[in-house]
Design a protein around this ligand. Structure first.
Ligand code: FE2
Ligand code: FE2
Length: 278
């Protein structure tokens, strides 16, 4: 169980809380946006390529697992103010993403209200579970997944803009969401550095597990998941090669971890600081 800031003698919880406050202040000043006021809804293109709408529906559906993303992580983070407050703020932003995408699907006529409600019902029948059961695992997973998610939205926006007739409303939604996803990634990247400073070997060990088992959240739980993943690849939004070149390599660079160090496997080598950080 995580210690409170007062109980933690590594300084990690205090540093986490400070990072959260910086993240929050910056978000309030530069990143807040309104679904109602900041999207040019009068410029929705009802004839946009339906393949783009299909992928958008997949992204919207993945965001509908928000109750699980919150509920399952909560017990793990419970005593850390920085982590729970960050997660609450993160949840607000993710909720906005799913609402904005759902609104576009309806405004464009690509989906009806009834179709979206049917998707919600499907989602409510399955539960997403945490891919890692430790706070450090979830930080490193969050760092990796948010960067991959940023790329998904950035590349989908590129598809919209490559169309003969684009969609300024959807372009704006995807731009705003991708900026949020990048900010989520940056936050977790800074937290990962806090872990690295305190326990380099343990952190790299945990990162190996995250990278080697990585998959995007909930995509395999959706109806037609194979077709959905294939559609994402066909539009060149994301695939395994991009995961390596645009996620893993930049991450290691940002963290100052050489490839050779990342690949090194010495199961008997223990972290210097024992017991390892949560
Ligand atoms: Fe999101
Ligand atoms: Fe995110």
């Amino acid at each position: 169980m995580l210690p409170t800031r007062q109980q933690d003698n590594t300084g990690l919880e205090e540093a986490y809380y400070r990072l959260f406050r910086e993240f929050f202040d910056k978000a309030e000043k530069k990143r807040r946006w309104s679904i109602r006021d900041d999207i040019p809804w009068d410029q929705v293109n009802p004839k946009l390529n339906p393949a783009i709408a299909d992928v958008l529906e997949t992204f919207c559906t993945v965001e509908l697992y928000l109750p699980d993303y919150i509920e399952k992580a909560w017990p793990l983070l419970r005593h850390s103010r920085g982590r729970t407050w960050f997660h609450a703020n993160w949840g607000y932003e993710e909720a906005k993403h799913s609402m904005a995408m759902g609104d576009w699907l309806i405004a464009s006529g690509q989906r009806t209200e009834e179709q979206l409600r049917a998707v919600e019902t499907q989602v409510s029948q399955y539960q997403w579970n945490l891919p890692h059961d430790s706070p450090i695992g979830m930080v490193l997973y969050g760092m990796t997944q948010e960067l991959a998610t940023f790329l998904h939205y950035r590349n989908l926006r590129q598809c919209v803009e490559n169309e003969p007739v684009g969609d300024p409303a959807l372009s704006k939604i995807l731009k705003l969401i991708s900026v949020d996803e990048r900010a989520h990634h940056n936050f977790y990247l800074h937290v990962a550095k806090l872990y690295l400073e305190r326990d380099r070997h343990g952190t790299i060990e945990a990162l190996r597990r995250v990278i080697h088992t990585f998959k995007m959240p909930a995509v395999d739980m959706l109806a037609d998941s194979r077709r959905r993943v294939q559609a994402i690849k066909e539009l060149k939004i994301f695939d395994e090669d991009m995961f390596f070149t645009d996620v893993v390599k930049p991450l290691l660079f940002e963290l100052g971890i050489e490839w050779a160090e990342f690949r090194e496997r010495k199961p008997n080598r223990r972290s210097i600081s024992a017991p390892s950080l949560p």
